[in-house]
Ligand binder design. Sequence first.
Ligand code: UD1
Length: 486
Amino acid sequence: MKIVSKPPTVQPTSANLMLSNGSGQDLKKPVTRSSRAVRIDFVNGATAPESLMDKFVIRGGNPLVGSVRISGAKNAALPAMAAAILTDEPVILENIPDVRDIQTERNLLVSMGAEVELGYGRASHRTTISCSNLVNPQAAYDLVKTMRASTLVLGPLVARMGRARVSQPGGCAIGARPIDLHIKGLEKLGASITQEHGYIEAQAERLHGGHITFDKITVTGTEDLMMAATLAQGETIMENCAREPEVNDLAALLTKMGARIEGAGTHTIRIQGVDKLHGARHRIIPDRIEAGTFVIAAVLTGGDLTLTNCDPSHLGALIQKLEECGVSITPAADSLRVTNGHQLEAADVSTEEYPGFPTDMQAQYMVLATQAQGTSIITENIFENRFMHAQELARMGANIRVEGSRAIVRGKTPLSSAAVQCSDLRASASLVIAALVADGETILDRVYHIDRGYERIEEKLKGVGAQIRRIGEFLPKRTATPSVVA
Ligand code: UD1
């Protein structure tokens, strides 16, 4: 079965909120979400009300034993979906994770006039996007504020349509996160840019090649400008680029679409612009952050876990650090086994751009540090405010002192259950891990943050022995929306 989301014919109102089971059927009834079979679709770009406050109830103490299949990478799927804007032919993407951010991006593309076909059943992780009839080159505030990565449409829209209007994202839970480097880069490619009423408006009859040197390494900035440059006239050279596997994956898709790109995965990327791109079929890489999260959960519960459909070569810095702590990891080509029956030793960590230790694994690693022998110093170099989880972990008994960009974590502190609150995507993952280790029953509030980036995490954990359940609450209150996170 498949469903095609067509462009909206009505204006966005709160009445557009529709609960469905994926078949288009209206399910405006009290909702208990024991499983994700019932999904929440927000038609025409409307966002989730804050009152949709699912919680996790987790009883700690069980080792994670068995096998978990890793989903496709959210951070690779989002730019890949934006890349579909660059062509009027269908782009077919496989291994798309079933997470809230992907729903948001679908809504965004549909609001512009794209047709987005969703696979269901066995084809549930495939999506076909057709941007043959884009009419509204805009990313509205309502969507951008719930997902910053919406700004990835800026470059592709200007390149293909000659104009774009994208809401400025504003600050977020983990730091200021400006997009000035995307804007500077587009100007280098000939776009004229104005900023008014909270929106960035970009225009260019046709972009031309240019020489861009990023002042700072930016992942989505590199992706946004790489997409823009594929349709520019002439050669673009980008220096100080991000080297994350997700950038490489996007370059692979763009190349299948007819783009001419060299050097993706290195600091310097060269792009020869072409007049037109065509459709393509592409399989998204596995999610290295989801894999890393399960690895740490297995380590801390003294488990024996095999991760399938993952790519251990993307986890180099994490594996190296865990081995330093005394963990035993056996990587294979597309799977990885982690076991731990030993005492963990403390090891300091500094987050860095890829191939360094990922900032998206810092919160989860902090939980590990609370259980290791000795004191660990964790330095966060990418975002200025990414220690929100430290306060919640302290409520569970952790001994953590935050000094600017450093967190000093005293190890071997028993964790005890508490009511805790998720503040952003990866902070939430750390609290799930802490709850799996803690004594007693932890209640985790605001798990919509986790649903943004982890596919059915509670089902995957339950499948390998964790005691975790979702409890749902639906109290219609339509004004508030979830805060913005990584
Ligand atoms: C991406 C990831 C996110 C990850 C982050 C760092 C996606 C969808 N998200 O976010 O999960 O945590 O990389 O690995 O892929 N900066 C500027 N100006 C800009 C752009 C960035 O100053 O125009 C700064 C940011 O504030 C931050 C640093 O550069 O301090 C890195 O940010 P960036 O790599 O752009 O993060 P995202 O691409 O937003």
